[in-house]
Ligand binder design. Structure first.
Ligand SMILES: [Fe+2]
Ligand SMILES: [Fe+2]
Length: 133
């Protein structure tokens, strides 16, 4: 799976784009590790921790931003964020932080949630911002 170009996920909201770029960088780092033949021996606890910490920070900044602009979909969006955090916690708690299963699940999870959530649900508040200006 090739690296994700962060420009594909731009919402044209500079502060949120900067956060999303950082999430893309974390995702691409995980993907690059999985491309290496020795990925099964790699321990992913550092990446898991970094991803969880940064995702939590991003979600709270994003929720504050949506509250500031009066976005009507905020409550629903918070539920979506909660689901992602839950899935991430489950992934981290799912046994070992080492091995093919966690490596492949982590790559798939980050790539899928990045695309689906940022281009989908985050795209909705970006549309709302556009409509107001
Ligand atoms: Fe986001
Ligand atoms: Fe979001």
């Amino acid at each position: 799976m090739p690296a994700i170009d962060p420009r594909l996920l731009y919402l044209n909201i500079p502060e949120m784009d900067a956060d999303h770029e950082r999430l893309v960088a974390l995702t691409n780092k995980i993907s690059a590790i999985v491309e290496q033949p020795e990925f099964r021996q790699k321990d992913f606890s550092t990446e898991l921790r970094a991803l969880k910490e940064y995702t939590l920070q991003h979600f709270s900044r994003e929720e504050a931003y949506m509250a500031k602009i009066g976005y009507p979909g905020l409550a629903e969006h918070k539920i979506q964020h909660g689901r992602i955090i839950e899935a991430l916690a489950k992934l981290a708690a799912d046994g070992s932080t080492k091995g093919a299963k966690i490596a492949l699940s982590l790559r798939l999870f980050t790539q899928v949630w990045l695309f689906e959530h940022i281009s989908g649900q985050d795209g909705e508040y970006a549309k709302f911002v556009k409509g107001k200006s």
